[in-house]
Ligand binder design. Sequence first.
Ligand SMILES: *[C@@H]1O[C@H](CO)[C@@H](O)[C@H](O)[C@H]1NC(C)=O
Ligand SMILES: *[C@@H]1O[C@H](CO)[C@@H](O)[C@H](O)[C@H]1NC(C)=O
Ligand SMILES: *[C@@H]1O[C@H](CO)[C@@H](O)[C@H](O)[C@H]1NC(C)=O
Length: 394
Amino acid sequence: MRILPSLSFFSLALPLLVAALDESQMQAHLAAASGLLGTWEESSDALAGWMSNQPDSTTFPTLSIPGTHDSLAWNVTGIAAAFTKTQDLPLFKQLNGGVRFIDLRVGENNGMIQLYHGAALLDTTAQLADIFWGLYRWLDAHATETVMVSVKVDNGNSTASLQQTIYDLVTGQDVAQYWVQSTALPTLGEARHKAILLRRFAFDQLQNITPIGIDASSGWADNNAQFQIQYGANGETLYIEDFYNVGGNDLESAVASKYLALSANLDIATSAQHPDGLFISFVSGYSGISVTPSQLAQGNNTSPGMNSRALSYLAGKQGSRFGVVLFDFFGSDSRLAPATLGQSVDLSATPSGAASPSTTSIGTSHSNGAHLTTASSLLFPIVLLAVSSLGISL
Ligand SMILES: *[C@@H]1O[C@H](CO)[C@@H](O)[C@H](O)[C@H]1NC(C)=O
Ligand SMILES: *[C@@H]1O[C@H](CO)[C@@H](O)[C@H](O)[C@H]1NC(C)=O
Ligand SMILES: *[C@@H]1O[C@H](CO)[C@@H](O)[C@H](O)[C@H]1NC(C)=O
């Protein structure tokens, strides 16, 4: 309402100011990455436009923002899928469902920047550029929204060519309009219809460039329950919980351990402390080879997972400032985004979104218990090898 009149004014003037993206290029990008983006579809879901209710003057540290961890690892099959798969929805559906922080893992492959989880290539044709163009299509259709885009190099090194390619992707003449061209967080009004880059890699191999993006390239403590990173010229701070290999030999102890870390960071986010700090809390994780990401997130038939525990926390502090809250298996429970956004949810309802917890996890299938137990003891060393060679980490 505040924003719509001015937007419709600008959309008339837009063709004069900035060139629209070339439609045939757009179609090529959407096709190349359809296995990760999903099929393009318009959405009238209120969650697809939740930022339209926020004033332009809103600053990001004051917001609660649903996000996904390892956002693109949703269509994963094969031997290591139990540990590589972290999501159950393609990217367009996540965005339509309210997600505004996405977590991309990249690596160089045959001269392309492609999408990974650890060393596992997520899609043979999709390149980072295709994912970005998918984002531009979505932002064009949801011009009141902004998406924070974390990029981390998961496979191989952050080489000069990788840095240059990504730099060009976010500053190139035709697409720079879709990226906040700053190293500080803007206001929401300044960020609408744009993405905000959060860099978990440096532009240190490039000369004579003006860096953009929130610089989280140094100080990201591995597997750590509470740490801070300063970014920007004025020492703005990220308050991060990224404890992912959470310990515990069974689901219940793994969830207990992870919940301590998550709730400790959220307790500070929801307090009056650090009003200008951006909080980032991962609900996701796993425990060695005992508890998969799917199990930790979704629980099993008798014991709740982290998504359910997080939901109770969020609902219990309805309307508080949570910061960015990143989920695995975001599609398994349609209450996760509303609860993060301070909307009322029915905690007594059965999760809806996915039919049942994933059965891809090894050794814990309910229907084929005996069968899989034998199989899993055989597979055990292979999976261990696969997981360690994937170097899965956050
Ligand atoms: C999932 O990946 C497979 C293999 O790459 C692909 O054939 C299939 O189309 C993908 N599924 C969807 C829904 O994109
Ligand atoms: C990454 O860089 C390190 C140190 O420079 C080097 O030892 C390693 O071989 C490189 N890895 C790859 C995959 O290129
Ligand atoms: C579910 O997890 C609980 C807690 O760790 C465990 O006691 C129980 O055996 C698990 N159930 C199944 C079916 O795996």
